[in-house]
Design a protein around this ligand. Sequence first.
Ligand code: IVH
Length: 665
Amino acid sequence: MSEQVDTRIERLVRELNEHNYRYFVLGAPAVSDEVFDRLMAELAELEAAHPDRVPPDSPTRRVGSDLSGSFPAVRHEVPMLSLDNTYSEADLVEFDARLRRELPGEALEYIAELKIDGVALSLTYENGLLVRGVTRGDGVQGEEITPNVRTIRSIPLRLRGSDEHCEVRGEVYLTRENFDAINKERAQREEPLFANPRNTAAGSLKMQDPRLVAERNLSFFAHGLMTPEPQHDRHAGSLDRLERLGFPVNPERRHCSSTDDIVTYWRAWDQDRESLPYEIDGIVVKLDALAQQARVGTTAKSPRWAFAFKFSAERVRTRLLKIALQVGRTGVVTPVAELEPVLLSGSTVSRATLHNAEELERKDIREGDAVVLEKGGDVIPKVVAVVESERPPDTRPFDFPETCPVCESNLVKDESEVAIRCVNSGCPAQLKGRIRHFASRTAMDIEGLGQALVDQLVDTELIRDAGDLYALEVEKVAELERMAETSARNLINALERSKAQPFHNVLFALGIRHVGATVARTLADHFGSIDRLRDATAEEIEAIHEIGGAIAASVHAFLRDENNAAVIDKLREAGLTLEGEEQTAAGPKPLEGKTVVVTGSLTRWGRQQAQEAVRAAGGKPTSSVSKKTDIVVAGENAGSKLEKAKELEIEILDEDEFASLIGVA
Ligand code: IVH
């Protein structure tokens, strides 16, 4: 047993138990279901491969028990298993391939169903009468909640036209409409709101007073039928029979003959799920032939003939209160949704990007609309759709303004791009954006110069450009809101420290369009100083490998602009670094004037190439070590020359140190 596996299992168990606690006890999940499922899958796999290492507190031993202790426990005649699930097409293809291996030469037909985001329920009928409703519990035994189940009006108390014995399994859920109504009432009574329909349905089923359960208006879809004597040979037949017995069965089920069919169904529902009156979190794919189901069987946890194929991004609905416009540092005007706060993937969201005017128009997003938000991974939440059926009567299409919401100058739409811009470089919103960029960690790294302070500095006209920052005085800054002598002094000190930032950071901080941190470094390395860069023609700039025409034109124009030149002069006066340290126009010469001996064998260079590299870095390669030698580069099996270098106390570099000195990674 490798220590690594043990450590990984231990970590996963610790992490998953923490997530469980946050989700179930605190009601404040830290990760999305997708992330949780992935960690759980990794743990299950490791434990399956090392069954002797399953810790006693592993969450896999729990299998999602919902036993509360307040209802009688009942053992399931047939365990209520869960489903293997995935978010990836590759796993779906593997599921199909595995079944084909296990059922060689046989035709496989599948039934794809919607995966209702609700609560599993088992119903027992004797002589055609409902006698028991039981929760899934830990899969082996559940809780008997028959009185509560009887309140669900879509569940037949007596089978239609049959007095057979059977067990029906399905999903209890709450429609979005009922969920909203419940929360509205709770809001009126100033009670805490429920997070989502699924949790509300689960909580409702566990209430002690069935009259209160009845008020919740729960719904049900049946998706499985078990009878003592098999009556069908296909799952599709069971679903049809369930319908005839009086159960609601989801009508969106689909017969699929290939993984392509399944993927098409999955994609279509991922797109359309918002049109349904209830929530789904994926699809369930089941082998249709019951004989085939029986032959592939089940594992301890899940049937091998069924698979849940989930939707990956978490979505929630909320209300769009206002469409605000944000002017960025380059003047681009971005519409931003101000939302009624909702919980999404573990955090409260009250703003989301609406991208641009075209997108607003295409989706016809309006103030007051019910909208669907999505967050995949850790990207910024976005508005993916409008729920038109829930549009209030008095909304109007959003009118994108023709003037800048901040400085009121005319907005311009570039023919070549979707962006709408404020082209007034004096626009206070742009200035604020530029200053924030200038101060940011990857640029000048000015600690304490956050958005609120930048806003005040610009609004009070203490600064008109980045150059003015370095002329700020403690007394003036201390007079600003929420500032005092100490915080003002801290800011001035941070500004002072920022003067040591290298040239490429300053170049990046200037906020030249198209010049990101990498391009700034390339330009700084190549030209070595702001003056040489300013004196270069656009063609000379473009001649650099990796620098395209748009970047070259932008840099050239920026540095020749009078206002920008004035800012750069102020920065120069303040003592910022406007040239590189060791660089010259011809590139870095880290070994200038040094005598260098290379000995032993190197992996990156042959002997001659190494000498060439020394020369290119400005050094003088020689073959014997003497007092005049400045550096000895020692490779593998370096012998007497290395000994001599040690004796003479000459600087010795290994291959990696040499490589990094001459700038070869
Ligand atoms: S079939 C062996 N069909 O998803 C389990 N389940 O994680 C067979 N669910 O516990 C379940 N919609 O509560 C099946 N159309 C559907 C479903 C569905 C939702 C739930 C069910 C199950 C869970 C699996």
